[in-house]
Design a binder for this molecule. Structure first.
Ligand code: ADP
Ligand code: MG
Length: 243
């Protein structure tokens, strides 16, 4: 792996607001946010709906530059991946083509795509169109597309929401496997507390209006304990007790 991410990722947002629109005042969404993220740590960002989690991720991604503050990705050539809540696969492209599109020009090597599809349990689905896949399978394809570029920083915004529990659990275990194979810096948004504890090495919780970080916890689970439901539940109780 390149050493472009040997420095921490630093997020400083003094203030982020959305401008007033007809019938609604200017809204301050984030305030006094200061987060340092060590390379290859898995940070979970949680908090109520509307607390500004997606806004913060868009700022880190560079998609939103209208804020007071600064984001230092930890190096000049940091490669960012973004996996959204909706899988966002192009419906007129096959699964394999959708993944190839994430790769730089000329690097659409079939064997590499097939190998990645195998890793996410989509062996043989390369030439299928996304509409033929269930939502869970589309999300597997989105994971494959997110990991194949080997991003230094991977941003994930509620990628497993609105799935039935066994499907979501399967995707979480898959993500743990992909991340263990190639640890990368992850910022993962969820409001599912079990998911937060199972995946995160560190959990940050945003408060409501004018959100700032209100709680920070380190998850005390070994890699093998993360798929042990009782261990995860006990750690969840310790972290979120009284919140
Ligand atoms: P979360 O992801 O935690 O649910 P968001 O970052 O999506 O929260 O939104 C935070 C607040 O900012 C919400 O009140 C939302 O309505 C508002 N908001 C989000 N995007 C925009 C936008 N483009 N224009 C105006 N307000 C927005
Ligand atoms: Mg959101």
């Amino acid at each position: 792996m390149s050493d472009v991410t040997s420095r921490p990722l630093k997020i400083r947002v003094a203030r982020k607001s959305y401008p007033a629109v007809a019938g609604r005042d200017e809204q301050v969404v984030l305030k006094d946010i200061s987060i340092d993220i060590e390379p290859r740590s898995f940070v979970v960002l949680t908090g109520p709906s509307g607390s500004g989690k997606s806004t913060l991720l868009n700022i880190v991604a560079g998609l939103d530059q209208d804020y007071e503050g600064e984001v230092d990705l930890g190096g000049p050539d940091v490669n960012i991946g973004y996996i959204f809540q909706s899988p966002r696969l192009l419906p007129w492209r096959t699964v394999g083509e959708n993944i190839a599109l994430a790769l730089p020009d000329g690097d659409s090597r079939h064997d590499r795509i097939e190998e990645m599809l195998r890793h996410v349990g989509l062996d043989g689905f390369s030439s299928q169109y996304p509409e033929r896949l269930s939502l869970g399978m589309q999300r597997r394809a989105a994971l494959a597309r997110g990991f194949i570029t080997e991003p230094d920083v991977l941003l994930m915004d509620e990628p497993f929401v609105s799935l039935d529990d066994p499907t979501a659990q399967g995707l979480r275990e898959l993500l743990i496997g992909l991340w263990n194979r190639r640890p990368t810096t992850v910022i993962f948004i969820t409001h599912d507390r079990t998911e937060a504890v199972m995946l995160g090495t560190r959990i940050l919780r945003l408060s409501g209006a004018n959100a700032t970080i209100v709680q920070e916890e380190t998850v005390r689970l070994s890699p093998s304990e993360r798929t042990d439901r009782d261990k995860v539940r006990a750690e969840q109780n310790r972290i979120f007790e009284g919140t």
